[in-house]
Ligand binder design. Structure first.
Ligand code: ADP
Ligand code: MG
Length: 407
């Protein structure tokens, strides 16, 4: 069993470990987007550099590995090789990288044996092992044990997979003498724990995205912890319908209306819903039809795809005095040029807060913030979609839990 402790600060970090001369297994998240054989965002590689640099600077032998995409059949291997990622890492660090195109075997073992202090090795996509009865993803005990046998110390820095129990994180951690969190994992854990367990008040949470069912557990966890919960995006319509408003053909989950009613009754003063909307005849990038009548109603035959300016002012008012802000999920269909206004306006409003601790997570919301160039205005941008959601739900993440506690 893992060493159970809800307080992640009790976990060892890379700073607590003697790295000199050690074979250091470093699990990173190099699951980068690739198009036509080119990496389209190096963010995940860059985020892992502090940990890799530390190991090298301390005279450790850095053995780096990651998953990349999903591997279902032999043919998937061609496009999902970590080779180009290893090349990118080499140029980021301006340092040679030994790339081994295997996930196990003599070639890999010998290359590790020949490493000198400060050397850097990357081995192949851990999910290549999924062709062997999902050995990586199902945490096959033999595989975790084997990978653990290749090193002296395990550093987990892959926050993006911390909510999964795989051979390359939990499997290794359970079979090695010493384990610790890397800088990225420690930073994510610290930021999300602060929001969840020790937020400065007022604490305002903003939740958006498509469906309630995707985020129901986060919404209920945040309703307990935050002072206000702003709900936007597609899931707002189920709440609007629960209030008896006409929502046209907007996204709705009929089986969640009752739950929305319960939340609205229990947290009447906490839940903040949009008061106006931009809609279109169907789910496409048509011009914005504004719906700002009170009481709210979406024009018949149209669907709400974004919030509009009265909602933005209302949200700004709630955000103005916030000392902690957590944001997950866009306010509208940001994929369409005509319906990204609300998300951008909320990003801007948060970025202008002077002394609030602001955290954002979720692929689409983070992309919106980055596109606007607001990265530096947020206290923390989470790199893990699913992992940050499960963390905020209050779940214990196996990738963190399996790391040793501090002495
Ligand atoms: P994140 O990646 O930030 O966690 P999600 O993946 O939960 O966000 O939500 C993003 C999705 O929500 C997008 O695909 C977007 O199109 C959808 N969405 C947002 N607003 C609406 C809406 N009003 N109607 C339908 N879908 C919406
Ligand atoms: Mg998303």
């Amino acid at each position: 069993m893992f060493e159970k402790n809800v307080n992640s600060f009790s976990k060892k970090t890379i700073e607590d470990v003697n790295l000199k001369g050690k074979k250091v297994l470093i699990r990173v998240d190099f699951n980068v987007p690739i198009k036509d054989g080119k990496i389209t965002s190096t963010k995940r590689i860059v985020s892992s550099l502090p940990t890799i640099k530390k190991v090298i600077a301390e005279g450790g032998k850095a053995i780096v590995f990651s998953h990349l995409g999903r591997i279902k059949e032999e043919a998937d291997k061609v496009k999902k090789s970590l080779r180009i990622v290893a090349q990118e890492l080499s140029s980021q660090l301006n340092k040679p990288v030994i790339f081994i195109d295997q996930t196990r075997g003599e070639k890999l073992e010998n290359a590790i044996k020949n490493m000198k202090e400060g050397d850097l090795l990357v081995f192949e996509n851990t999910r290549f092992e999924d062709l062997n009865d999902k050995a990586e993803s199902k945490n096959n005990p033999e595989l975790g044990k084997y990978w653990a046998s290749l090193g002296d110390v395990f550093i987990n820095d892959a926050f993006g997979t911390a909510h999964r129990s795989h051979a390359s994180n939990v499997g290794i951690a359970s079979n090695i003498a010493e384990s610790a969190m890397g800088y990225l994992l420690a930073k994510e854990t610290k930021a999300l724990s602060q929001v969840l367990n020790n937020p400065q008040k007022p604490f305002v949470a903003i939740i958006g995205g498509a469906k309630i069912s995707d985020k129901i557990a986060v919404v209920s966890s945040l309703l307990e912890k935050a002072d206000k919960v702003i709900i936007g995006g597609g899931m707002a319509y189920t709440f609007n319908k629960a209030l008896g408003f006409n929502i046209g053909t907007s996204l709705v989950e009929e089986d969640k209306i009752q739950l929305a009613k319960e939340y609205l009754a229990k947290y009447k003063d906490k839940i903040i819903l949009p008061v106006d909307h931009a809609s279109a005849k169907d789910f496409s990038d048509q011009p914005r039809i504004l719906n700002n009548l009170q009481p709210l109603q979406i024009l018949d035959g149209t669907m709400g795809l974004d919030i509009d300016k009265y909602s933005v002012s209302l949200f700004e008012k709630e955000l103005k005095n916030a000392k902690t802000v957590l944001w997950n999920g866009p306010m509208g269909v940001t994929e369409f040029e005509n319906f990204k206004y609300g998300t951008e306006a909320v990003a801007k409003a948060i970025s202008e807060l002077k002394d609030a601790y602001t955290v954002i997570g979720g692929g689409d919301s983070v992309a919106a913030v980055e596109k606007l160039g607001f990265e530096s205005s947020f206290s923390h941008i989470s790199t893990g979609g699913g992992a940050s959601i499960e963390f905020l739900e209050g779940k214990v993440l196996p990738g963190i839990e399996s790391i040793q506690n501090k002495k």
